[in-house]
Design a protein around this ligand. Structure first.
Ligand SMILES: C[S@@+](CC[C@H](N)C(=O)[O-])C[C@H]1O[C@@H](n2cnc3c(N)ncnc32)[C@H](O)[C@@H]1O
Length: 290
């Protein structure tokens, strides 16, 4: 709220009345606690009673089960405030950990101007976080953000613009298929958080996930491993694109650790390991090329 001291004194009782009216309207629709506060701050930051219609509409969407992140339209991810809507996956906390793993790998590789490919970029959170945080460390990277969804790419583009991350280009592609072949052998880091939930597993998960694009979550099985096909395809194709010493980091299902390592070893990667997420599950394959 941006009141002058005078207007604070003059308007205080009316502001608090408006605030309690707005909050009551949210709570009456069954939204309580921090979520109610967030809706209020987003749609009526000055507690203006004229915002009542928007506040009620947001509370009704939340009461109907829509994720709060889509209703607010933006969400924090590391140092970014990313715009999101129902065309993209809601960024997950474990994916923030992937960025730490990637930053460690890039520091180890010590490449002055790394080329990064973010496969299945969605809202762009992984690649754009890397770009921002590398720039804060004085590293000027280039990012190619890839998705097969035109909708996702338009959200990612908006987020790149929003954060001024101009050394980013975008390509609509089924994984590597439409990436410029001149990049083969030149990519320092490939990061990917592909779909990795099996179709059967998906049926048993929280129905709230059905608000997110199914194509961002569900992957076909591969060799009897549920939801593994996209991880398999990426790991198998990545060697062609990586520079010597380049690294692939892929987020995968919590039961995929062993098969992901086997797959990377078979593909010819030199160093292959898994990194656990904060919940203690093997979550990230880290594989270095040659
Ligand atoms: C799990 S979401 C990850 C989004 C974002 N990277 C994140 O971590 O929040 C997977 C993304 O992969 C994209 N995707 C799925 N299949 C793809 C394919 N064959 N080629 C390229 N992108 C694909 C989806 O559109 C979706 O944006």
């Amino acid at each position: 709220m941006h009141f002058s001291p005078k207007s604070v004194r003059g308007n205080w009782p009316r502001v608090t009345d408006a605030k309690s009216t707005l909050l009551s309207a949210i709570v009456a629709r069954g939204v309580t606690g921090r979520e109610a506060q967030w809706i209020l701050e987003e749609f009526a930051p000055g507690c203006d009673i004229d915002a009542l219609v928007d506040v009620v509409a947001a509370a009704e969407r939340r009461a109907a089960g829509e994720p709060l992140q889509y209703i607010l339209g933006h969400w924090p991810f590391r140092q970014l405030d990313v715009d999101i809507d129902s065309r993209v996956l809601i960024p997950r906390p474990e994916t923030e950990e992937l960025v730490d793993v990637a930053l460690d790998e890039l520091a180890r590789a010590d490449v002055s101007a790394p080329l990064i490919v973010d496969l299945g970029c969605g809202s762009g959170v992984i690649g754009l976080s890397l770009m921002l945080e590398l720039s804060l460390r004085g590293v000027m990277a280039n990012l190619l953000a890839v998705d097969q969804s035109a909708d996702a790419l338009s959200v990612a583009k908006r987020n790149a613009l929003k954060h001024g991350l101009v050394r980013t280009s975008f390509v609509m592609s089924d994984w590597f298929s439409d990436i410029d072949s001149s990049l083969q052998g030149h990519v320092t880091l490939i990061v990917a958080n592909p779909p990795y939930v099996g179709a059967t597993e998906f049926l048993a998960l929280d129905p709230v996930l059905r608000h997110e694009p199914r194509s961002a979550l569900v992957a076909p099985d591969r060799d009897g491993v549920e939801g593994f096909r996209d991880v398999y395809d990426i790991v198998t194709e990545a060697p062609r694109w990586l520079s010597d010493g380049g690294t692939l980091i892929v987020e995968h299902g919590y039961l995929h650790g062993v098969v992901a390592r086997e797959c990377a070893t078979t593909a010819g990667f030199h160093e292959v390991r898994s990194v656990k997420d904060m919940a203690g599950h093997e979550r990230f394959l880290v594989a270095t090329w040659r």
